[in-house]
Structure formats: C-alpha cells, structure tokens
Design a protein around this ligand. Structure first.
Ligand SMILES: [Zn+2]
Length: 504
C-alpha cells in the first residue's frame, strides 16, 4: 500500500514537472489575451480591410491613421498623430511607467499597387492607383488588436507598465524611422517587437535585412547648341554617365556582399541641347551599415571625379537610409514559445485549394498554405531593407511574422494584393495578434527576460556602434507620393468600406 501510493505521488510529481515553470499564472493571462483577440477578430478584420481599400502610400496614410487613432482612442489609448514632423506618424500608448514595450510597424501601400482582392488576373480597382501589394494593411489590425488584448490583461491582473504602438510612415521608401530615432521616441522603451506580414508564423534573430543608403546626385553644367557651339557647353549628363561608368569600374573591387543600383532621373532634353542639368539616384547596400557607408564614400569620390572631368559642379541630397535589423535571440526564443503554443491557423480545404489554384495561376510552386510554424533559426539575412532597422540599434528588438499571405507569392507586384483581404489573411492575423499579445505579456511580466535581452543587446549592438545617416538639416519628405494620391483618391474613395471598428 505504502509503496503504491508513493509511486502514485512520484507519478504526480513528474507530471507537474512537465509543465513549464510558472505556467499557471502566465497561461491565465495569455488565455485572456487569446479570448480578447478571438472576440475582436471581426473588428481586427474591419481595420485591416479598411486600410486595404484606403490604399495609401508612404506619407499619405491620412485615412488609415485617422481610423487607427479613432479606434485606439475609443479603446482608451493615448494617441499622438503627427509627431517628428510627419503628419501621418502615429504613436499610441496605454498604461504608465516601465516596463515599456512597443510594437513597431507600418501601414503604407505601394505606388501602382491597386488590385481587386481574390482575382487571379491583374484587375486594378482603380487603374494606375496605389494599393497594398505587400499587405501592410494587415499590420494595422494585428498591432492594435494585440495592444488592446495586452491592455485588457494588464487591467485584469494589475500588471504595471506601458504598451505602445509605433506606426511609422513610408516604410516602402525607407523614409521615417531615422527621424523617429532622432526625435527620441525609443529612448525610454525597454523592448520592441517588429511586426510584418509573411506567408509563415515565424520569428528570427541576429542581423536581418540589409543596410541601405539612398542619395540623389545632381550635376550642374552649362547649356549650349549641340551643333553650333558645343565647345561652350558643359554637359551635366556626361557627368551622370561618367559617374555610372566610374562605379562599374569599382564593382570588381567591392566585397561580394554589396549591392548597388541606380536610375537616371534627369537625362537631358533633346540631343541638340547640351544639358545643364543631369541627375542620377543611387541605392548602395551591404550586410552592415559600416560596409555600406564605405562603398557610399567611394561613390562620393566618383561623383567628384565625374564633375572634374566635365567641368560641372555637383551636389548630393540624402533621400533615405536604413540599418539592418538587429534582432535579439532572447526575445526570439520567447516569441517562438508563443508561436508553438498558438500554432498556424486551421485552414479549410477550400482555403488550401484557393492557395494551390493561386500558386498555379501565378506560375509558382503549388504547395498550398503552411501547416506548421517555422522553426527558430530558419530565417536568413535578406538583401532587402526596412528602415525600422535603425530602431533595433537603440533598443532590444524581437521580430514576428504572421501567416496572412500565400507561399511563393512575392511582394511588390499585384499578385501580392490578391489576398490581404481574405479569410486566409484574417485567420493569419488572429494567429499573429495572439502571439504578439502573449510575447508582450512575457516581456511585461518577466524582469529576467527583459534583463537578459538588454544584456544581449548591449554586447551585440556595441559590435557595430550606431550612427545616423541623417544630415542634421534633413527633414522628412512630406511630398512623397502626394501628387499620385491626390490624383487617384477621388476614384479610390468609392471603394472605402466606411466601417467604425470598436474593440470590446
Ligand atoms: Zn513591408
């Protein structure tokens, strides 16, 4: 008898041992967060779908930020619109003091991205208009719903701290985050989580994405008749060409990780007019910002050489810059646990069939939707850039992708605008909001986790000390996409959903 009950006790103890430490308290909070997300799934879809139809590119996110401001204020958040000199920069927060955890994301569309949802052929809602061919519209719903769920949990369980959301303008033009960092938005933030749509539920760590520097070079010469007195002219477009050739000569001597691409934005008027203005716009990228800056400094020398050879003068204007994202492993591990807990959505056979048909029609591998989350460590450094990278060099960062798009469908082309408004997108948003809320709750309630993330950040960020690429006199490019938006908005307005989402 005694032996038997002892064995029973051992069995009981070993079962308890299987549970993660402090699972009960943590799970109760997360359970509430999940309930809040489920209960508000329709509100979340209303936010994301509304932003899709607004279709506003960078610096023109006026309707989108207005809707988010109204929704978040009604939910009790303090909302600042227009900070750091950008009318569509939105910062929202609830609570007070530390820990202060912020979601960092964006809601901008892309020029010429207009597309009717669920159509497999290129069918713009408004021909030529901007639209969401990357699905940033989903960020609006997921970020605000997750923040609301965290607020509900903080209230119920008396958790101290602040939950914040930063919707930065014009991510697609890498145009706002260096300004947000310069304005000090992240000075008293303890940790951030980047939020971005993807075709999988995933996180990552280490250096993600590429550093980028974007600048516009203008050469100034002297005009003359191309046949009558060309010797009196100084050809500014010759300088543009020589700059291009000069850089091509340099390519052999750059490290293999570099990327550089350009477009000639002013190339003369007609052949018999010696052009007094020439302009070329460059992007220089590399795996780290110091490496990109080294190449960029050589590009400046090439511009100087081109001007010497042609007798022209030149100037350079900063257009944009982005550091790669430095993502801490500590936060990634915490996010991964929540990813594994929430899991990918249960797709219906209809949704899987839709995805396969879509992949087939887009000439992509026919693999359907992902049925399990990515394992930690699968993400490699991509060669594209996101200006939110700057934030991760001043505050410890985590990263979350949620499964609201179809595998194999690449962003920045109309195919990617087919599914941001769909049941696939909506289900992926629910999974994303749950993982995001749970991960913020972890950061809010575990001082050890925050300390460990901070310690890791201190070591990793010191390996490449942050410097801003912003010239002191630089101002945010508020005119960006304005003409296009003004041209198309009246036609686009006909598709607005006219919804007023309210969390409950
Ligand atoms: Zn994006």
């Amino acid at each position: 008898m005694r032996g038997k009950s002892k064995r029973g006790l051992i069995l009981l103890v070993s079962l308890v041992g299987l549970l993660p430490p402090a699972a009960e308290a943590g799970d109760e909070r997360k359970q509430l967060a999940f309930e809040v997300v489920d209960r508000n799934a329709e509100q979340m879809a209303a936010i994301s779908d509304s932003i899709f139809y607004f279709g506003e590119p960078g610096m023109q996110e006026f309707e989108g930020t207005k809707l988010l401001k109204g929704t978040l204020e009604a939910a009790g958040f303090r909302v600042e619109l227009g900070g750091a000199g950008m009318p569509t920069n939105l910062w929202a927060e609830w609570g007070s003091g530390h820990p202060k955890i912020a979601i960092v994301t964006e809601i901008d569309a892309l020029p010429s991205g207009s597309q009717k949802p669920l159509e497999f052929t290129h069918t713009p809602l408004v021909a030529g208009a901007p639209g969401h061919m990357e699905g940033h519209n989903t960020h609006g719903g997921v970020a605000s719903t997750a923040a609301f769920a965290v607020k509900q949990v903080m209230q119920r369980f008396n958790i101290p701290g602040t939950v914040a959301i930063s919707f930065g303008p014009a991510e697609e033009q890498l145009a706002s985050r260096p300004f947000l960092v310069r304005a000090g938005y992240f000075k008293d933030v303890d940790a951030i989580i980047y939020l971005h749509i993807r075709d999988s539920l995933a996180t990552g760590y280490g250096v993600q994405n590429y550093a980028a520097i974007s600048s516009i070079f203008t050469f100034h010469g002297k005009t003359a008749h191309g046949a009558v007195n060309p010797w009196d002219g100084k050809d500014a477009v010759d300088a543009v060409e020589l700059m291009d050739i000069g850089f091509d000569k340099l390519r052999e001597h750059l490290r293999p990780s570099y990327r550089a691409h350009r477009t000639i934005t002013v190339g003369g008027i007609q052949p018999n007019i010696i052009p007094d203005t020439g302009q070329i716009w460059w992007f220089v990228r590399d795996a780290s910002m110091p490496a990109a800056k080294t190449t960029y400094d050589k590009l400046l020398k090439i511009a100087e050489g081109a001007s010497l050879m042609t007798g022209t003068t030149w100037d350079v204007k900063y257009a944009a810059s982005a550091w790669p994202q430095l993502v801490t492993k500590t936060i990634a591990e915490a996010i991964q646990k929540n990813i594994d807990m929430v899991g990918v959505p249960q797709w219906t056979e209809q949704e899987q069939q839709f995805a396969r048909d879509f992949q087939k029609s887009a000439d992509r591998p026919v693999v359907g939707l992902r049925t399990r989350p990515d394992a930690l460590g699968e993400r490699r450094q991509a060669t594209s850039s996101n200006d939110n990278g700057d934030v991760s060099w001043v505050v410890p960062a985590g990263l979350l992708n949620f499964p609201s798009s179809v595998p194999g469908i690449e962003y920045h082309e109309w195919h990617a605008a087919v599914t941001p408004v769909s049941s696939i997108s909506h289900k992926g948003q629910v999974a994303g909001a749950k993982v995001l809320a749970a991960s913020i709750i972890d950061l809010m309630t575990s001082p050890e986790l925050l300390q460990k993330a901070r310690a890791e950040f201190e070591v990793e960020s010191k390996k490449t000390p942050y410097f801003s690429l912003l010239p002191p006199e630089a101002n945010p490019p508020l005119e960006l996409n304005r003409a296009e938006m003004e041209k198309y908005r009246p036609e686009m307005r006909k598709f607005y959903l006219d919804k007023t989402p309210r969390f409950n």
